[in-house]
Ligand binder design. Structure first.
Ligand code: DGL
Length: 271
């Protein structure tokens, strides 16, 4: 048993979709969340910059006595995970492997689609991981750079003409390619499930990154006998690198609960 907290980080607010999944799947665990709101979005940045940011994010989380880290950010997971794991002596789980494993368990046609940020698609990491796990799989990838700003501006509901138009433009080319499984490889996309499902149709199963990585983290902690006792109730602390008030306002969308004076601002450049 180990009651130390789990660190979770993301470029900003999107990782709160993973926090929601963690709270459901591991309700006894304490969580420390860091959202790099001063430097979001990560999705269009270079590998070097992403590694620098991600290393600082990890150093901040490690200023607490944590037992593991969940990299909720798809962009960091696709570009920097190996280096972070090599440089740190604690379990670090990213979103790519668990999501790919789930997608391969679901697909019958062995044609899997991936939508994610520009940096994630450019990295080729989802495709490489899927092929390593199953060389027979065919992968279609597509970057959807406008999804993140639209979700953050609350334009994510069905019936919203802006998000529906953008989503059709991104997703239409994926229809008719025979894919039966679509990986939502970015923190923000679970909020678009209804819009995406309507365009892709009932024959396509959507696999969401945050949820699968929460299960993976649970397995990792279980294997190391590092879960908290099941009879306790975990708490979450929130840290951000820009205005806490702005974070709290939008966080309610991702967490589906109100936050009041719950987040604290830190200076990430000190790490
Ligand atoms: N968190 C990022 C991801 O999952 C999306 C937001 C951003 O571009 O920073 O890829």
């Amino acid at each position: 048993m180990d009651t130390r907290p789990i660190g979770v980080f993301d470029s900003g607010l999107g990782g709160l979709t993973a926090v929601r999944a963690l709270r459901r799947i591991l309700p006894a665990e304490d969580l420390i969340y860091f959202g790099d709101t001063a430097r979001v979005p990560y999705g269009g940045r270079s590998r070097e910059t992403l590694l620098k940011y991600a290393s600082q994010d990890v150093r901040f989380l490690r200023s607490f006595d944590i037992k593991a880290i969940l990299v909720a950010c798809g962009t960091v997971s696709t570009t920097s995970l190996d280096t972070l794991q090599a440089e740190n002596d604690l379990p670090i789980v990213g979103v790519v492997e668990p999501t790919c494993r789930r997608a391969l368990a679901v697909t019958k046609t062995k044609r899997v689609g991936v939508i994610a940020t520009l940096a994630s698609i450019r990295s080729g990491m989802y495709e490489a991981t899927l092929r390593r796990m199953d060389p027979a799989v065919e992968v279609v990838g597509r970057a959807c750079p406008l999804f993140v700003p639209l979700v953050e501006n609350r334009r994510y509901q069905r019936g919203d003409v802006v998000i529906e138009t953008v989503a059709r433009e991104y997703l239409e080319p994926l229809r008719g390619t025979g894919l039966d499984t679509l990986i939502l490889g970015c923190t923000h996309y679970p909020l678009l499930v209804d819009v995406i499902a309507e365009i892709m149709g009932p024959g396509v199963t959507l696999v969401s990154a945050g949820e699968e990585s929460a299960y993976e983290l649970k397995r990792t902690l279980q294997a190391g006998d590092a879960l908290s006792p099941p009879d306790r109730r975990g708490a979450t602390a929130f840290y951000v690198s820009d205005r806490a008030e702005d974070f709290e306002e939008t966080a309610s969308v991702f967490l589906q609960e109100e936050l009041h004076h719950a987040a604290q601002r830190i200076d990430i450049d000190q790490y």
